[in-house]
Write a protein that binds this ligand. Structure first.
Ligand code: GDD
Ligand code: MN
Length: 371
């Protein structure tokens, strides 16, 4: 049995395997997990199946193994949700998640337990540490894809293979985590970030290409990853996740304002004086900013009353807008052509207003995100 360095019995272990149409892989998987059960390490295997209707149910029932539990899910399907349900129902002190398709070698699981028993917060089976490898036959595209996805995760963790679906965590640490809310596949990254895992141990693995069944990694799953990253960013860096979109919307406002001013001066100069052109352009631009800021920069306040927010937003904007207005007018007085005046005025207004607007809107109009 694995030595945990403390001369104590290793923690009890639950292995969670999410499955969707993996009936062909389950036999070989059970064969390779059986020695762990026979050694006394493995308490239970939870197969969390999203109602595959491929004979999985009958097969597990026929085998009737005392250490294997099958959970069939019919609602709220999806890999992350399945993994979370398995983790929630597991009874072991140490919880390990792995794929069914034998990409992940069950033989290293005792090393996971040793690492967690010796103080690791989290363990991943890693392709990208010395000793780890990926079976040949990954197309260039899948390789690039994996590298890009790993790069995007970099601000959240220094782990070399945060995309790995082969992971281990102590049950107590998992239960202490607040608001787990993953979409798509990257439950490991979610847990590392939300459980605030510092000491992550990467156990090198050889990642085998699946022999049976089909991969479920679709374009949809890849897009979900981006949504997941945005959620994690908002959770971990709420200030920057608000300010960066706010600045981008502000920049778009400059373009919108300039275009409006130009269009109005061409098409509406008969019905309005110059000052009115500017005022109308400013108000329309503020509406534009309000809509996008509320959506992208102050996402957490989207469910609060919109009218109060709109009035507050307009009031806050009024300060830099007045600066904008007078600068523009002053430039017009200097006989500078309208579009140029618009650009310069909007730029000055935006720069002055950006940080001011964001700070005040955040503090007074949209509230702060709960962290
Ligand atoms: N319950 C359930 N529901 N299981 C699912 C679902 C689902 O909607 N989708 C996939 N699975 C199961 C599969 O049956 C398999 O056991 C495991 O999740 C991984 O699915 P694969 O289709 O084999 O994924 P992959 O090979 O593309 O991705 C693997 O590599 C990634 C890193 O490159 C997995 O290990 C990922 O977890 C890993 O992130
Ligand atoms: Mn796979």
């Amino acid at each position: 049995m694995a030595d945990n360095g403390h001369n104590q019995a290793p923690s009890t272990l639950s292995v969670i395997v999410p499955t969707y149409q993996e009936v062909d892989s389950l036999g070989p998987l059970l064969e390779r997990l059986a020695p762990l059960w026979e050694s006394g390490l493995l308490l239970e295997l939870l197969i969390v199946d999203d109602d595959s209707q491929d004979g999985t149910e009958a097969m597990i029932a026929d085998l009737d193994l005392p250490w294997v539990r099958l959970i069939i899910r019919r609602a709220n399907r999806g890999l992350s949700a399945a993994v979370l349900q398995g983790l929630a129902e597991a009874r072991g002190e140490v919880l390990v998640v792995m794929d069914a398709d034998l990409s992940h070698p069950p033989e290293v699981i005792p090393d996971f337990v040793v690492a967690l028993d010796s103080g690791a917060d989290f363990v991943v089976g890693s392709r990208y540490v010395p000793g780890g490898s990926t079976e040949d036959g990954w197309g260039v595209l899948r390789w690039v894809n994996s590298k890009v996805a790993t790069g995007i995760a970099r601000p959240f963790t220094a782990v070399r293979d945060p995309m790995s679906g082969f992971l281990g965590i102590r049950a107590e640490r998992l239960r202490a985590a607040a608001d787990l809310d993953p979409v798509g596949y990257k439950i490991g990254l979610e847990l590392i970030v939300k459980c605030r895992c510092q000491n992550v141990v990467e156990v090198p693995i050889h990642f085998s290409t699946r022999q049976l069944g089909q991969s479920k990694l679709s374009l949809r799953v890849q897009l979900q990853y981006l949504v997941h990253i945005i959620r994690l960013a908002r959770w971990k860096f709420p200030g920057w996740s608000s300010f960066v979109p706010f600045a981008a919307v502000g920049l778009s406002g400059v373009v919108v304002y300039t275009a409006l001013l130009w269009a109005l001066s061409v098409y509406a100069s008969d019905v309005m004086g110059e000052n009115w052109l500017i005022i109308v352009a400013i108000v329309l631009t503020m509406m534009w900013n309000f809509v996008f800021d509320r959506w992208l920069a102050f996402w957490y306040a989207r469910h609060q009353a919109i009218w109060r927010q709109l009035l507050g937003f307009l009031a806050v904007c009024a300060v830099p807008v007045l600066v904008n207005f007078f600068v523009t007018q002053w430039l017009l007085d200097d006989q500078i052509v309208t579009p140029v005046a618009g650009v310069v005025g909007a730029l000055v207004g935006s720069v002055v207003g950006l940080v001011f607007n964001w700070l005040v809107a955040r503090a007074l109009v949209f509230g702060r995100p709960a962290t």
